[in-house]
Design a protein around this ligand. Structure first.
Ligand code: FMN
Length: 320
């Protein structure tokens, strides 16, 4: 399927950037309600899938409205990566994304994520193997500008095109930068000239930035941290009207996770999201502390309810 077709029904060419520990199936569904074009799962280990790891499979749940979703895999063994994408759990996704940008030490040490930036030949083999395994289904590659500098970024983008990727998402930081400083979009026009549609990623939170990225040659943008606690960022970017009811959204997130996970796990997941939902609102300090100490999902939801009862003016946000 062409990238144009993938986004044919989307109000804007936006991707919810994958974020381990955050872009769970419930959060993806919430972002979909606010107009995101494509979502991506948290990264899943190709090796763990092939070994039948049940916990890894839990990252592959999805809700019916999350109907344009790629599964992101990481690995460095072309045959293992090619095998896992044929499994029914992965075949149900609209496409596959390969992680070639993760800077986390444990991942890099294992030869995965951004380690592949240092070995474009192996990266190319991984891309080709996965593309051959999934056939006409779209394949994207997500990578950073480079390890210490951006000298090889354009060549890496060209390699992705030659190896068979359908589009790329580029986080315009180096591995060395981790998440510090600002994304540097200087090379975007050159990377956009490499033969593949490019989704620009890094620090994007507004429609103005989105339009600027399109002007510079991007096909679309991927938004990660800008969506945490603020799923309406996708409506902003797409120029849509929206209304977010935070207690309801948090309640939906909790109830959805509880369908699949034990309370303790849900509570820990939810805490992180609730802190983002409360960010920037008035007098949240005590609630945030209490949420982080809470022992159950019910307790967290109770604290959320109490906060919004105290400050009903923050319970909803709309641009209508
Ligand atoms: C907590 C966290 C987890 C992340 N996990 C992943 C991941 O699993 N796969 C991936 O490709 N990128 C991951 N990223 C990187 C984001 O997808 C994105 O490239 C980065 O945050 C820059 O975009 P932003 O400024 O819009 O957040 C993660 C980032 C954060 C903050």
């Amino acid at each position: 399927m062409s990238v144009e077709k993938l986004f044919a029904n989307a109000p804007a060419k936006t991707i919810l950037a994958p974020m381990a520990g955050y872009t769970d199936f419930a959060f993806r569904s919430i972002c979909k309600n606010y107009g995101v074009g494509l979502t991506v799962t948290e990264m899943v280990s190709a090796k763990a899938l092939v070994m039948g790891n049940e916990q890894t499979k839990e990252l592959l749940y999805r809700l019916p409205n999350d109907n344009n979703c790629f599964c992101q895999i990481f690995g460095h063994e072309p045959d293992v990566m090619a095998e896992c994408v044929t499994y029914p759990e992965l075949a149900k996704f609209e496409g596959i994304d390969i992680n070639m940008g993760c800077p986390v030490k444990k991942i890099v040490k294992g030869g995965d994520g951004s380690a592949l930036l240092e070995d474009p030949t192996l990266a190319s083999k991984c891309i080709t193997a996965v593309k051959n395994a999934i056939g006409s289904k779209p394949l994207s590659v997500k990578f950073r500008l480079g390890v210490d500098d951006d000298k090889h970024a354009v060549d890496f983008a060209k390699m992705c095109a030659d190896a068979g990727a359908d589009f790329i998402t580029v986080h315009f930081r180096t591995r060395k930068q981790m998440y510090a400083g600002h994304a540097d979009y200087t090379l975007l026009p050159q990377i956009a000239n490499c033969g593949l549609p490019v989704f620009a990623n890094g620090d994007i939170t507004t429609r103005e930035q989105y339009l600027q990225m399109l002007d510079m040659g991007a096909f679309g943008v991927a938004i990660g941290r800008g969506a945490l606690g603020k799923p309406q960022v996708f409506s902003d970017v797409a120029n849509l009207t929206y209304n977010v009811n935070f207690p309801q959204t948090i309640g939906f997130h909790a109830q959805s996770l509880l369908l699949h996970f034990p309370d303790k796990i849900v509570a820990n997941e939810l805490k992180k999201h609730v802190c983002f939902y409360l960010k920037g609102k008035r007098s949240t300090k005590n609630t945030v502390v209490a949420v982080n100490l809470a022992k159950s999902t019910e307790q967290i939801l109770q604290l959320v309810e109490e906060y919004f009862q105290m400050y009903p003016q923050f319970a909803e946000v709309t641009n209508d």
